[in-house]
Design a protein around this ligand. Structure first.
Ligand SMILES: [Zn+2]
Length: 389
């Protein structure tokens, strides 16, 4: 607050002086040496330690003319950056209401006001301003970028696609990753409404836009599984894991359930054994332990888990072996391990599993778009990030 007043005080004084000089010029002979009552009201508030009122008084006395438009813009910007959005909005609305602004000045003020509205969460108003800017052909790039943020928030994926195309044309910057996700969103919506053909068409376009779009492949596999084509589903799911090994833990449970739907336990065993060898810690160990228990009994499964725990210990493996141990007869340690279980489970629950590689945002579920920095496809399993670094 103090630094702001230090900035405002001389500007306000200068504005008062300008106003005074102008009135001296108009009323010849009459010497108007005063800075004006508003300035003194502001000073008075300042001396009475009422900085909020002082700021408003100084802002009020700044006349809008071609000399002070820049000052108003800078002030509004400063207020917004300090989180004083209401003040920023008042300044920018006041600017726009002036008919004397040039086309460029008005566009600049519209852009600033739009950003104020964004900051205040008034997305409808912001959208109208940015659309107006787009039509005036001034500041089109920032207008489109802001519109894209708004449409993403509104989950208006059709508008997102249009806007991304316009941005691509304007900047030459490729936005295929975002566009493939917009198509996937549309596909998911279509699929939820039972429009299977539309869903398939959007997934096709997602893959045309971004050839290695794992999300589109994953959704296609789900559609195949829903239609009872588990062989195709397995092939596609395994393909997504090959495209991006970081994605394996996401699709692994679905690969397992597709093998089970087929009744192909031998195929499942081969897949899980291979995967736990090539990607330890990706989640193949637990379903493999389950499978061993079903086919060879508790003892064999418990032995397998002990081996895995010795090789690469993890909380999930520990928990499962405790669970199996407690089912074994004559296990004297079962009471002891039983006592450990709630602590281990809490550790597992507390630990956020995903992290944005862009900004570090941590989450328990996979978000396609980072809620913090709004990048797409940047959330990865934390265990994999840790393993890489
Ligand atoms: Zn992020």
């Amino acid at each position: 607050m103090q630094e702001l007043l230090l900035l405002l005080l001389p500007i306000a004084a200068a504005s008062g002086w300008l106003a005074a000089r102008r009135s001296m010029r108009t009323d010849k002979g009459e010497c108007v040496g005063e800075a004006g009552p508003v300035y003194f009201r502001g000073l008075n508030h300042l001396l009475n330690e009422e900085p909020d009122k002082a700021i408003d008084a100084f802002v009020e006395m700044l006349e809008v003319d071609s000399d002070t438009v820049e000052t108003h813009l800078a002030l509004g910007n400063l207020f917004r950056r300090r989180g004083e959005v209401e003040r920023a909005i008042r300044i920018h609305q006041n600017l726009i209401a002036r008919p004397a602004l040039t086309r460029e000045q008005r566009a600049q003020a519209l852009l600033e006001l739009g950003q104020d509205y964004m900051r205040a969460g008034l997305f409808d108003r912001a959208e109208n301003l940015f659309r107006e800017l787009k039509e005036t052909k001034l500041h089109v790039r920032p207008a489109l970028r802001n519109l894209l943020v708004i449409y993403e928030k509104e989950r208006d994926w059709v508008s997102c696609l249009e806007t991304a195309d316009q941005l691509e044309n304007l900047t030459g910057e490729k936005m295929s990753l975002q566009k493939s996700h917009y198509h996937c969103e549309l596909a998911q919506a279509a699929s939820a409404q039972g429009r299977a053909a539309d869903a398939a068409a959007h997934l096709k376009r997602a893959l045309l836009t971004e050839r290695d779009c794992v999300r589109a492949n994953h959704l296609q596999a789900r559609i195949a599984a829903d239609q009872g084509d588990h062989t195709t589903a397995i092939r596609m799911l395994r393909q997504t894991a090959e495209q991006d090994a970081g994605y394996l833990p996401e699709v692994l449970p679905e690969i397992v359930s597709n093998y089970r739907s087929l009744g192909d336990l031998q195929g499942l065993r081969t897949f899980l054994t291979e995967t736990s060898g090539s990607h330890p810690g990706a989640g193949a160990e637990l379903p493999l332990a389950d499978l061993i228990r079903e086919t060879e009994g508790e003892g064999a499964a418990s032995e397998y888990l002990a081996e895995q725990l010795a090789a690469s210990p993890s909380l999930a493996l520990l928990l499962r072996s405790i669970e199996m141990n407690s089912r074994l007869p004559d296990s004297q340690s079962s009471q002891f391990v039983e006592g450990l279980r709630p602590h281990i489970r809490r550790l597992l629950d507390d630990k956020p599993t995903y992290q944005c590689v862009q900004c570090g945002f941590a989450a328990k579920t996979l978000h396609w778009q980072c809620p913090s920095c709004r990048s797409w496809s940047t959330l990865k399993r934390r265990s994999l990030i840790e393993a890489e670094s």
